[in-house]
Ligand binder design. Structure first.
Ligand SMILES: [Zn+2]
Ligand SMILES: [Zn+2]
Length: 230
């Protein structure tokens, strides 16, 4: 059996990032992934745009997928967006001019460089979670959290075999709580003339966003793109 100090020595950044993310709202894995994407885009805009390896890969991929192009554009850096897409447009023109080339592929729904970064981040943290989530510190942090979104619970349960009964029950409880909260919200919108209007707090008013986040993942549905303090 592994002793405590060996186990602690192995716990690198992903473990502590996970503990921190469990303190935030919504699914911890969604926030870690979203935070990684935000940092990737920040780096790209401030330093990475001139990196020849990045430019070559970006050009080969024909840019990012639709979702990540939108996020790149939301950074508001017209020059960074313009420079990177200039290469793509120039290649497209060259390909169309060449008689023998196959038509360029519509790449909007294909995984892009940022999608690959997301997948790597997700896989690394899922591995850490399945290894350490039963330890008291991590388990206590999880119990105080809102739990995982459905896509991440599903991925966790595919990796973590057999999935512990307590974890499954915890997730079911969180989804049931969300359902009850959503019913309360829907009820509050259904105004009956003979009944006083129910007053909801800010958190209760946002349950429709929390529901979409729980079903589809993506921290952006909650309007937050960083895990923990910026
Ligand atoms: Zn998630
Ligand atoms: Zn993408």
């Amino acid at each position: 059996m592994q002793n405590r100090s060996d186990s602690n020595a192995e716990k690198h950044l992903p473990y502590f990032e996970t503990l921190e993310a469990l303190k935030g709202p919504g699914c911890a894995l969604c926030f870690i992934v979203c935070d990684r994407v935000r940092k990737y885009l920040d780096h790209l805009i401030y330093e990475g745009i001139t990196d020849p390896d990045f430019r070559e890969q970006f050009n080969r991929d024909r840019g990012f997928c639709l979702q990540h192009t939108r996020q790149f554009m939301e950074s508001g850096d017209g020059l960074a967006v313009g420079l990177t897409h200039r290469d793509v447009l120039a290649s497209l023109v060259r390909e169309l001019q060449s008689e023998h080339s196959s038509p360029p592929v519509d790449r909007r729904t294909k995984p892009c460089g940022i999608c690959r970064v997301m997948e790597e981040t997700e896989a690394r943290h899922i591995k850490v979670l399945t290894k350490y989530l039963e330890e008291p510190e991590a388990k206590a942090a999880l119990m105080k959290s809102t739990g995982f979104c459905w896509p991440h619970y599903e991925k966790l349960s595919r990796t973590w075999k057999p999935i512990p009964g307590w974890f499954r029950q915890f997730q079911i409880r969180r989804y049931e709580e969300l359902l009850a909260k959503l019913d309360l919200y829907i009820d509050s919108q259904n105004i009956k003339p003979d009944q006083p209007r129910r007053v909801l707090n800010q958190d209760q008013k946002l349950v429709w966003k929390q529901t979409v986040h729980a079903l589809f993942g993506d921290a952006l549905f909650l309007g937050i793109d960083r895990a923990g303090p910026a």
